[in-house]
Design a protein around this ligand. Structure first.
Ligand SMILES: [Zn+2]
Length: 289
């Protein structure tokens, strides 16, 4: 049995995997106190687990094990694996949440049966993870699959990004990015859901913003697909839930690829809100069977 956690800035969600995923509860994330954090995780241990697998909203260096978790000071800059192992006596794996999303989709979701799966997240940020042959590719420093950052956009729609660079896909492709594009074009403050609803209703201004969004996102994503050779790209995150949006982006990505594809390449993710828990559990199964 694997004990899996999905740890975000507000909640710690726990589940056990024993052939199926069964949620076992959640608690508020202790943000400032490392001992309280590890105690919260250890509180779910029953003694029947083979190991603990953790999905965190941060990046873990695969060599040093050091985590960067900006919104949870209690574990930022620590080796979370050894901390939890010391508190529980169990072996621990810690993975980035986008990598867990990609692994869940590759093994249990939309990417089942595909060799090279690039999981893409379009939500409060733009991110992703790469799974090849059923294995997460973490890459140097743990950053593989993170296609949201890098100065690729020039001109009037190049915005300052929180990562320190200018013109990242994250600044235009995320929900806030969509709002930023609309405001730059029209001087109108409109939420991403209203923009998408307007586009679906055939409104011209919202449609132009969505076309611009697609143009700016599709080029970089097509290049990433060329580089990693993805068979299939499950798309998750808040924007992906808008009916028709993934298909709309898919059309623009596919015409920019070197490979000609008959069917869709970008498809809606299938694992939903449990993707973090499920992906962590899959990593645990790979480690401890
Ligand atoms: Zn950036």
């Amino acid at each position: 049995m694997i004990l899996a956690f999905d740890i975000g800035g507000s909640r710690i969600k726990a589940a056990v995997w024993d052939g199926t995923l069964q949620p076992v509860g959640e608690v508020a994330t202790p943000l400032g106190d490392t001992a309280a954090f590890t105690a919260a995780v250890a509180g779910f241990v029953t003694g029947r687990e083979a190991g603990i697998a953790i999905s965190i909203a941060g990046v873990v260096d695969p060599v040093s094990g050091l985590g960067k978790v900006a919104n949870i000071p209690a574990i930022d800059g620590l080796r979370l694996g050894p901390e939890v192992q010391a508190a529980t006596g169990l072996p621990v794996r810690v993975l980035n949440d986008a990598d867990c999303f990609a692994l869940a989709e590759a093994l249990q979701g939309a990417g089942r049966g595909h060799h090279s799966v690039l999981g893409v997240i379009l939500g409060s940020g733009v991110g992703g993870g790469l799974v090849i042959g059923g294995q997460v590719v973490t890459g140097a420093g743990g950053y593989a699959g993170e296609w949201g950052h890098g100065p690729v956009i020039r001109g009037e729609f190049a915005f300052q990004c929180g990562c320190g660079q200018v013109g990242c896909v994250d600044t235009v492709g995320s929900a806030r990015g969509l709002e930023r594009l609309h405001r730059k074009r029209t001087a109108e403050l409109l939420g991403s859901e209203a923009i998408i609803a307007g586009w679906m209703a055939g409104e011209a201004e919202a449609g132009e913003t969505m076309a611009l969004w697609r143009e700016l996102v599709a080029g970089p994503l097509a290049m990433v697909v060329n580089v990693v050779g993805a068979d299939l790209v499950p798309v998750g995150g808040g924007l992906s839930r808008a009916p028709g949006l993934v298909g709309y982006l898919d059309e623009a990505v596919r015409v920019r690829l070197l490979r000609r594809t008959k069917g869709p390449l970008l498809v809606p993710a299938e694992c939903g809100a449990d993707a973090g828990l499920l992906g962590a559990a899959m990593a645990g199964v790979a480690a401890w069977g």
